[in-house]
Every structure is written in structure tokens, then in C-alpha cells.
Design a protein around this ligand. Structure first.
Ligand code: CTP
Length: 412
């Protein structure tokens, strides 16, 4: 049932494998999906729009304007409508254009406006498939977050044997079903993520900060964005880039600035993940001038508490809104983390222990344990922060999750 009601944009390009798209549409429609075909001019040489519109039950889009009445086909609307886009078959030319943003047809402009996850199923002759430029473009697409369904081996249209056959429609459909069943579809969801350190100014050239790199928060943002979520990343000072078009980055410096930004955005969100290492205190006074060393035997700073962003938002969270926190602990890890979950009204908390090698601040890897409100516990092995982000998002948004975190149980 995971395809029931899903909006799928199917891109078809100029390959002999376009005949398989007809079967793909039939299978998707049978599973309850709505399919909107966008075909390139070359695609129409291989399969007719009449066949495709009859199978999908929707007019096929190919040009920027409808020929009859001149009305505009909005690639922007398609980008918002879709839960998923798949280009199948995808030729070497289309893969190259997607990788380089060459928007000279309706399919590529639709891709560039796409908010939903994108898949491509390449189909071409073996020499074209293994050509260094095609492989480079495929790698580029992967690094842009596109999921590439590897071509299969077998007899090709040229009668040569090798890799280049478009994956069979049945296999594509079961892959998409698994994709949706695993909670990968975050389209139409708005997710707030806090990340990085905060800097608390002492004077114009000094601050109190911490060693947080922001890597975990940025990996979470990339993960949410690639699953289609409108992602708002509020980050403290870090040089990390946030590249996905679904990410809106808000740069802040201090805990107070992060609090103000988060408070404004939180009420409109479906979920918030608090991965920032927020300074608990800030100097009571910020000196307007550089503080001089001369004449001082000792130097004491008076600190006052910063707002607790997660706890404050936990108090105003509405039913159905999900919040996830982080706990970095050195001792009594689990009980400290559970206490934080209670105090801050989280549905789930990600525990890092500083006793684990390779986990926590500055590392590219992380070893996490997820703790849930009902006492559920899920430990993971040491992984890259990107993989750890996948695990967190899988667990938190999976519709098959056994933990009742979606019920948003209130603390009595
Ligand atoms: N947090 C926050 N605002 C703060 C402090 C923490 O939003 N002012 C969030 C963090 O992003 C994290 C969680 O609260 O998700 C726990 O952060 P942590 O610093 O471990 O907890 P503290 O409450 O500050 O406890 P302590 O430092 O005493 O362990």
C-alpha cells in the first residue's frame, strides 16, 4: 500500500527502453499511484504520448507551453505536487544534462524545480554506459542526492551483451515501494534543525565557544532535504556548506539569536531536531572595547544563563509535532539522557557517549544510541555522520516504527 496516493513524476527520454515505461506506468497506477509523464522530444520518437496518457489517465507534458491554447506547463507546480520523480529510461544525454543543469527541455526544468526525491534508471549501450563522462555524470548525480538505479546486464538493442539495460519495471516498483515503506517520503513536511556551536561574545575579538563542528546537524539536514522535506537549518558559526535546494539556512552566532530564530519558525514545523551545542551561559556584560591584559592579576567573567531552546520549544509543542534531542554524556549516560528527554519533552533522544572512540565533537563518525519515550532503545555501530543521520531519520519517521513516538505523549 505504500504507493497508494503517491504523486509520481515519470520522466521518459529517447531510448528504446521507453517501451518499458508503459509497463512501469501500469504497475504504478495499479498500486494506487498518480503518474504524471514528462517526456523529452526524443522520447516521443520511441513511444507515443497517446499510449502514455491512456495508461496514466493524465495528459502527457513535453513542451513548455500547451500547443493548442499556449497555456504554460508549470515545472514549479510539478516540483511541489510530486512525492517522487523518476527518470526511466534515462539516456546518457539526459543524465549529462541533469548533472550539469542544462535546462533545455521540460524534463530538465522539472528536475531543477523538484522538491521530492529523484531516481534515475539509466538505459543505453554498454560503451556509452561505461564511458568516463557518463560515469562522471552518474557520480555527480549521486553526490547531488539523486538515487541511481544501476542498469542491468544483458542483451542490448545493439545486440551486444553487457551492462546498460534499464532495470525491469517490476523491480523498480518494488524498490519504490520499499523506499516509501521505510519512511523515506518527507515531502510536504517542514523540519527545523539546529546545528553547530554558539559563540558568546566577551568583547569585540573574543568569545566563549565549543568544539562542535556542526557536521551531525548538517548531515541530518541533507538527509531530510533529500527525502523531500522543507528543511530549515539554523546554524551557529561553521564553515560547512549546505547544498541541497530544500535547505533554507539561517546563520546565527549566539544562543539568543538561535533561540529567536527557532522560536519564530518552530510553530509552523512538523518536527524539530536539536543537534546544536548551545552554550549554556554567556557573559553578563559584553565589553564594547577590547579588554586589556595590563594591570590584571586575575580575570573573572560573570556568566548568566542562556535560554534553553529545546526546553522552551518543548513547552509550546503541539500534538503531532515531533522533537528529537541530543545528549552528549560522559557518565550515567542513559539515565542522564532519559532525564533530558523528560525535561525537554523530546519524543526521542540521540545519545552520544564521550567514552566511545570516534563519537561526538569534531569527528566524521558517530556512535549513537536512540532512546525513546516508552523506554525503547536502539544502539548502532560506529558510522559516518551521514549514515548515522540516515539511521536517525529512518527511526524517527518510519511509519512501521514500533515505538509510539508519533503519539506525542505529554509529560504528566
Ligand atoms: N539545548 C538547547 N538549548 C540549550 C542547551 C541545550 O536547545 N541552551 C539542546 C541541545 O541542542 C540538545 C539538548 O538540548 O539537543 C541537550 O543538550 P545538552 O547540552 O547535552 O544539555 P544541557 O541541558 O545543556 O545539559 P548539560 O550541559 O548540563 O549536560
Amino acid at each position: 500500500m505504500s504507493l497508494q496516493g503517491k504523486h509520481i513524476v515519470l520522466g521518459i527520454t529517447g531510448s528504446i527502453a521507453a517501451y518499458k515505461s508503459a509497463v512501469l506506468i501500469r504497475l504504478l497506477v495499479k498500486k494506487g499511484a498518480e503518474v504524471q509523464v514528462v517526456i523529452t522530444p526524443a522520447g516521443k520518437e520511441f513511444i507515443t504520448p497517446v499510449t502514455l496518457s491512456a495508461l496514466s489517465g493524465r495528459p502527457v507534458i513535453s513542451e513548455f507551453f500547451a500547443a493548442g491554447n499556449g497555456s504554460w506547463h508549470s515545472h514549479v507546480e510539478l516540483g511541489l505536487w510530486a512525492n517522487l520523480m523518476i527518470v526511466a529510461p534515462a539516456t546518457a544525454a539526459t543524465i549529462g544534462k541533469m548533472a550539469n543543469g542544462i535546462a533545455d527541455n521540460m524534463l530538465i526544468t522539472t528536475y531543477l524545480s523538484m522538491k521530492a526525491p529523484v531516481f534515475v534508471a539509466p538505459a543505453m549501450d554498454l560503451d556509452r554506459y561505461r564511458h568516463i563522462s557518463t560515469q562522471r555524470n552518474i557520480e555527480k548525480l549521486k553526490s547531488d542526492g539523486v538515487q541511481v538505479i544501476d542498469a542491468a546486464e544483458g542483451e542490448l538493442a545493439s545486440h551486444l551483451e553487457g551492462k546498460g539495460r534499464m532495470e525491469e519495471p517490476e523491480n523498480i516498483v518494488s524498490l519504490l515501494e520499499r523506499f516509501f515503506a521505510a519512511g523515506n517520503d518527507l515531502c510536504k513536511k517542514k523540519i527545523l534543525i539546529t546545528a553547530g556551536p554558539t559563540y558568546e561574545r566577551i568583547d569585540p575579538v573574543r568569545f566563549i565557544g565549543n568544539f562542535s563542528s556542526g557536521k551531525m546537524g548538517f548531515a541530518l539536514a541533507e538527509e531530510c532535504a533529500s527525502r523531500g522535506a522543507e528543511t530549515i537549518l539554523i546554524t551557529g558559526p561553521t564553515a560547512l556548506p549546505a547544498t541541497h535546494p530544500n535547505i533554507r539556512r539561517v546563520d546565527v552566532e549566539s544562543a539568543n539569536e538561535m533561540y529567536d530564530a527557532a522560536l519564530k519558525i518552530f510553530p509552523q514545523t512538523d518536527a524539530a531536531i536539536f543537534s546544536a551545542a548551545v552554550a549554556d551561559y554567556r557573559p553578563e556584560q559584553m565589553s564594547g572595547e577590547k579588554i586589556k591584559r595590563s594591570g590584571k592579576e586575575k580575570f573573572a567573567l560573570s556568566l548568566i544563563p542562556n535560554p534553553d531552546i529545546a526546553a522552551s520549544l518543548g513547552k509550546i509543542k503541539k500534538p503531532g509535532q515531533l522533537t528529537v534531542g541530543f545528549a552528549l554524556e560522559t557518565n550515567n549516560e542513559e539515565s542522564n539522557a532519559m532525564k533530558k528527554m523528560e525535561e525537554k519533552n523530546f519524543d526521542c533522544i540521540v545519545l552520544n557517549s564521550l567514552n566511545d572512540k570516534g563519537a561526538g565533537f569534531g569527528h566524521d563518525t558517530n556512535k549513537i544510541t536512540l532512546l525513546f519515550r516508552d523506554g525503547g532503545k536502539q544502539p548502532y555501530t560506529l558510522k559516518s555522520k551521514g549514515e548515522a543521520a540516515k539511521d536517525i531519520i529512518d527511526a524517527v519517521f518510519s511509519p512501521t516504527l514500533s515505538y509510539p513516538i508519533r503519539s506525542n505523549i505529554k509529560i504528566p
